[in-house]
Write a protein that binds this ligand. Sequence first.
Ligand code: NAD
Length: 501
Amino acid sequence: MTLIDVKKHHHLLPATPRVNKALIGGTWHESGEWMERSSPAHEIPVSKTVAGTAAMVDQAVAAARAAFDGTSWKRLYAGERAAILGKAAELIRARAEELALWDVLESGKPISQALDEVAGAADLWDYAAALTRTLTGESHNTLGPDTLAMVLHEPVGVVGIITPWNFPFLIISQKLPYALAAGCAVVMKPSEFTPSSTTILCEILAAAGLPDGVVNMVPGTGDPVGAALTAHGGVDMISFTGSTAVGKATVAASAGNLKKVSAELGGKNPAIVFADADLDEAADALVMGAVFNAGQCCVGSSRLLVEKPVAEAFTAKVVDLMTHLRVGDPLDEATQIGPIVNARQHHRIMQYIETGNRKARLRTQAPETAAQGLFVYPHVFDRVSPGMDLARDEIFGPVLSVIEFSGVDEAVRIANDTSYGLSSAVWTGSVDTALRMVRGIEAGTVWVNTYLEGPAELPFGGFKQSGLGRENGKAAIEEYTELKTVVLRTGPRPARYVQLR
Ligand code: NAD
């Protein structure tokens, strides 16, 4: 493993912390309380953000409601809404380096990856812009001589959007453009660890011509801000991405006014390698899947299921590739693995590694001069059995657990032996094996002989406790709508209900 000097790029660090405020009805607000964020790689303060309050959530929901009920946004010609979203995509591209830099400074993700994420996010804004004109509903001219019917998509109303720290700009872009495309108004709350790129997005939207109040942002912690938003009677829908535990709390809090909830939650994703696979390709892709974003990735390949005859050889390949990874300063373009986002997550991962050391066999070794602080070197454990915590819990770090299996049936059984169902990957040279696995696996995505491909056109979401609803793809805009059925009688009704005596 190559170590990179974490001091080399200090000139990219801000001289003074960036200041982020709350945006309510088109104006920036302070609460008097601030949250300071330090770069997890460089351990110096990089941003200072307003700690939002429940009262601010009330004001932001009122501003969103006024913008929504004012009808000018929701009844705007779809082509005009599309133009604003398209302009936002253009401005995102123009400010890509700045957006990526802030995600690096606050989350610790490598700069090359952050730039890719911002480019992918801009594409989502373009895609949502195109979808804006597709909400055409249905017409029914087949219901008999005197009946005509329509099914209209109406925007669901005021949407609360809550996002996590692991892909700050990408995840807000999997939600916000679709909500806007549908004609909704929004109150968003970025993660308390990564508020800056979402704040810059507010500036971009204003410059793109979005009317004041259509998008509001209240930064802050889960409690009070997230909790106030999910429980708020003036919010019609919550779109949440984060942990399954908080996702469940969100669903419970939404019960007060029976909000619609869409939730993208955790995963314990199986990557299944059969003996007839291209083992070199599979090893490379699955190492990437295991360490991408330092393993803090909901679709990471954290469970490696390998068919017995090739288990030893394949694990050895994976371990060897891990030794070539570049761990270090996320501001260096060559870095592949940056630090863990914060001390709490770091501690949690180290506890899993400690338990793993007692119960399974560690195959990797950290270099003697391992970087200190919040960095975690990739760990591969084999001799993992499906009942161990290593095989069941979402560790959210660069920790890969190897489980051996024999044949398709056992592979399906182990793959599905989890409360999650977000993504999966199958590596095989056999079409039959691939299709039997595709049909057997309970997960929102099955990658076959590839990993982590996710173009805007394809829906994304989870089975079981990995979530509710889908993002991206054609249906993404429909998530933010309610159907309204309209039935028109064009002639006399068939019979009178009340018989006059
Ligand atoms: P988290 O659940 O701790 O926090 C997510 C967001 O919820 C943050 O903005 C947080 O402030 C807020 N929050 C916390 N408590 C809340 C409450 N009581 N009410 C409302 N909001 C509250 O998750 P995290 O640590 O930021 O992110 C990591 C988790 O996110 C992982 O479990 C990961 O799998 C999941 N994730 C899922 C996807 C997906 O698309 N399925 C994508 C990325 C991350």
